[in-house]
Ligand binder design. Structure first.
Ligand SMILES: [Zn+2]
Length: 222
């Protein structure tokens, strides 16, 4: 059986990713601890005289900590990507422009979560493990019921659940959105298949990334 997993990444409240399987993964606490350590050192830097030996030493310490944070983050991203790819035949993510998205974020901890890097790593791990990787249109994924397709309207950020007035489907907000991503992904793949079979051009909302995903991963690997 083909296991299809889809992800929702645009999360708040310390959550990093929600899957259509109902799994919700929070950001590990050690990031916060390291971040605090970094802030402490940067504050200490202000009291050091410019050009002094102590300042130089502290700067080196800060640089090392920066490196450690980015290594730790990358390592965790790889682990998470492998965890998600394990047993999955297809993975779909929302097509988010993470650069402008991070710029617009007020919370530094969210921008710091490195979603863009994670998606690149996930794409690479998918390619390595023969998992299909596709991106789907992100618009309104939290406004549609994944069970019956009813338009449920915009949810305010504090609304953390999905409770469909049409069919009564009940789950968390992020899992519902992840499931809607899955529905769109399946639909998009169905269009690709019929395009290949019939030689017709698709007219749906499929992003071409879904098709060239493998190619891109290859570039990343070389
Ligand atoms: Zn419904």
């Amino acid at each position: 059986m083909l296991i299809i997993l889809s992800l929702r990444l645009d999360l708040g409240f310390g959550k990093f990713v929600a899957t259509s399987d109902g799994e919700e993964i929070t950001r590990p606490r050690f990031f916060k601890i390291l971040q605090r350590k970094l802030e402490l050192l940067q504050r200490r830097l202000r009291n050091k005289q410019k050009g002094s030996n102590n300042r130089h030493k502290l700067n080196q310490k800060i640089a090392r900590l920066h490196q450690r944070i980015s290594d730790t983050r990358k390592d965790w991203h790889f682990k998470l990507a492998h965890h998600l790819c394990d047993g999955a035949g297809m993975i779909f993510v929302e097509d988010i422009n993470f650069v402008s998205w991070a710029r617009g974020m007020l919370s530094s901890s969210s921008a710091d979560a490195g979603f863009g890097q994670f998606v690149n790593i996930l794409q690479w791990v998918c390619w390595k493990s023969d998992t299909y990787f596709g991106k789907v249109d992100k618009n309104g994924t939290s406004q549609t019921c994944p069970n019956c397709g009813a338009h449920t309207g915009k949810k305010e950020l504090e609304v953390r659940i999905h409770n469909c007035p049409e069919c009564g489907y009940f789950t968390t907000r992020d899992v519902a959105a992840a499931q809607e991503v899955r529905n769109r992904g399946i639909k998009a793949v169905g269009q690709i298949v019929s395009e290949n079979v019939c030689g017709l051009r698709t007219t749906g909302s499929i992003t071409r990334d879904a098709l060239v995903g493998g190619e891109r991963s290859r570039k990343l690997a070389s």
